[in-house]
Each structure stands twice: as structure tokens, then as C-alpha cells.
Design a protein around this ligand. Structure first.
Ligand code: BT5
Length: 317
């Protein structure tokens, strides 16, 4: 019922809806409406109220409502089934729990993550209502060794989606999206596979949307769309990312062609042409980033002139 009320208010964002109208439409008492409003406020939603006019979600409120995504999304299977959670440890972990029974393209979406994660057990800060915290369950019929390209396809989709809204993001191979040189988005791809066959892939995408204050350790390295002057609603970003993703992902899964996505990763690369470090278990090795290959590897040249394709891993500038 709480969700229904929220949906109701969201439909008339910026204008008051009377308590009487809500109680009639939803078939509950005025006292119940009041109780649910209080619960929503306790959860952190800003709901304005006036004794004469009723309740209102302010125009700038960014409320995530799955049905609004479903009704506007123009995809065949990506995001057609949405699992929405107000708060969860990690959407990737939840997606893994439901993956074996979930339909291909199922989207797990949360308003808040209490234990968002990055690669190698690093933490991903995911404050309530301030970003897109989502994971897709994918079941592609491709060989496991071809799965790493899906991270690049996701990065290309985020960059293209942001372009729709006038934000010129850069892609830091393999899994970061930067805005004005700071990290805006991270991608975490996890896979369960047999030797020859993928059971499922969980593709996690985190995008900072309206965060203005990051924890101390991120202050100098992270940014959000709002901090860079882009006032966007999470719903619109999610829709754009999923649409861009489905097109490039389907092309790759059906025909093996990832050229559009890899082209975008090249065009928007924050590394190509720069001096970088390739980080491995043996240390940090200086190199120059030359290109991203057709298979999605980073092509680097070391100081001794040798050229290598870095398949996956960690690089820094
Ligand atoms: C990543 O790892 O960048 C992958 C992040 C994936 C997050 C999504 S959110 C939905 C889904 N569910 C999850 O639990 N995860 C995925 P990595 O390359 O290892 O980068 C992690 C590093 O980024 C941290 O060590 C911090 O330095 C930095 N960081 C943490 N939170 C950040 C944030 N909100 N914005 C920018 N940088 C952040």
C-alpha cells in the first residue's frame, strides 16, 4: 500500500493530492493514509503536506518506481522483469541468489545498498536514493571466455546513455566511467560457468546520480552527475542504459559482433595515448596505452618496446 501511495504522489509530482482523494482511490481510511505518509517520511522521502490541500512530492523528488520504468522502457527482454528492493546488502549478491530461477534480462534494482561491492572485495559506496544501484541477470549462450567483453558493452552503454543527456563521460578500461576525470560509475561483472557453458552472468552497474557529499576517502576521486551540473532522474538514466545495453549486447550474443561497443570504448577512452601503469601481482609496470583490440583487450607498449594485450585487470594513470 505504501508503494501504491508513493506511485500516486509521483504521478502528480509538484501538485497536492488530497488525503480524501487518496483514501477513496485506494479504498483505505484517512487515518491509514496518514500512517503510510508517516512511514514514507520515516524512510527518508520528502513529502510536503498542507492541512487544506493534502500531500505533495516536490517536483525535484527522484523517486524510483518500477512500474514507471516498465511502462517507458523500449526493450525486448533486458529489464522487462524488475525486482525492486528498498534496501539490500548488494544487488549483485541478491541477483546471484535468484539467478538460477530468474528470466534472462531480469533487473535487480535498489534504492540503497548497505554492502555495495567493487572488484576484489572492495567497497562501493551506495547511499540511499542517490544513485543507480542495479544488476542484470544474463544468460547468454556464448563460451565463458567471451564474457569479459560484456563489461565493455556495459561501459559503452552507460557512456552512450549519458550522452543522450549531454554528459560527456570517458571510459577507463575496463570498468570505470569518469566524468571530469573523477569516477562516476563502476561496473562489476560476476559469472557462474561450467567449462563450456555459462550458467549466468550478473552485471552490476553503480552510477552516482545526486550525491553531493562523498565519504572522506572518495572525496577527491568520485563525482556524481549532479556535482557536474547534470540534474537527472534515476529512472531516465536506467531506461537509457538498458536500451543502449540491449542493442549492443544482443548484437554480440547473436553474431559475436562487439564492434559498436568497442568503438565507443576506443572513442571515449581515458587511457589511449597516455602513460599508464599495468598493475599485476608482481607490481606496477609503466607502459603506454596504445589501443583497445577488437576482442576488448587493452594493447600496451612497455618501456622495452614490447607490445602486450592486457586481457583483464587493473591499470592506473
Ligand atoms: C567497481 O569496482 O568500480 C565496481 C562497482 C560496482 C558497483 C555496482 S552497484 C550495483 C552492483 N551491486 C554491487 O554490490 N556492486 C555493483 P572497483 O574497480 O574495484 O572500484 C572500487 C573502488 O571505487 C573503491 O575501492 C573506491 O576507491 C571507489 N568507490 C567506491 N564507491 C564509489 C562511488 N560510489 N563512486 C566512485 N568511486 C567509488
Amino acid at each position: 500500500m505504501k508503494e501504491k501511495i508513493l506511485e500516486f504522489l509521483a504521478q502528480s509530482k509538484g501538485s497536492y493530492v488530497s488525503g480524501e482523494h487518496i483514501s477513496e482511490e485506494l479504498g483505505i481510511s484517512r487515518a491509514a493514509v496518514w500512517k503510510h505518509m508517516k512511514a514514507l517520511r520515516d524512510e527518508g522521502y520528502t513529502i510536503e503536506s498542507s492541512s487544506r490541500r493534502g500531500y505533495m512530492l516536490p517536483l525535484e523528488a527522484d523517486v524510483l518506481i518500477p512500474s514507471e520504468i516498465e511502462s517507458r522502457l523500449d526493450t525486448e527482454f533486458v529489464g522487462r522483469h524488475i525486482v525492486f528492493l528498498e534496501s539490500i546488502d548488494s544487488t549483485n549478491d541478491h541477483a546471484k541468489k535468484i539467478a538460477s530461477k530468474a528470466l534472462d534480462g531480469t533487473l535487480v534494482l535498489a534504492d540503497e545498498q548497505t554492502k555495495g561491492k567493487g572488484r576484489m572485495d572492495r567497497a562501493w559506496s551506495s547511499q540511499k536514493g542517490e544513485g543507480v544501484w542495479m544488476s542484470l541477470v544474463l544468460k547468454p549462450n556464448i563460451a565463458p571466455h567471451r564474457a569479459s567483453v560484456i563489461t565493455l558493452i556495459a561501459g559503452a552503454s552507460v557512456a552512450r546513455a549519458l550522452e543522450r543527456f549531454g554528459a560527456d563521460a570517458k571510459i577507463k578500461w575496463p570498468n570505470d566511467i569518469l566524468l571530469e576525470g573523477k569516477k562516476l560509475c563502476g561496473i562489476l561483472t560476476e559469472m557462474s560457468a561450467q567449462m563450456e557453458r555459462i550458467d549466468y552472468i550478473v552485471l552490476g552497474i553503480g552510477i552516482n546520480v545526486s550525491t553531493m557529499e562523498f565519504p572522506d576517502e572518495l572525496r577527491d576521486i568520485a563525482t556524481s552527475l549532479k556535482r557536474e551540473g547534470h540534474l537527472l532522474e534515476r529512472r531516465d538514466i536506467i531506461i537509457a542504459v538498458l536500451e543502449e545495453f540491449e542493442r549492443m549486447y544482443s548484437a554480440y550474443v547473436k553474431t559475436g559482433d562487439a564492434s559498436e561497443a568497442i568503438g565507443i570504448c576506443r572513442e571515449k577512452s581515458s587511457l589511449i595515448g597516455r602513460d599508464i601503469y599495468v598493475i599485476s601481482w608482481s607490481g606496477k609496470v609503466p607502459a603506454k596505452a596504445l589501443d583497445i583490440s577488437g576482442e576488448g583487450d587493452l594493447v600496451v607498449e612497455y618501456e622495452d618496446g614490447s607490445v602486450e594485450r592486457v586481457i583483464s585487470g587493473e591499470v592506473s594513470v
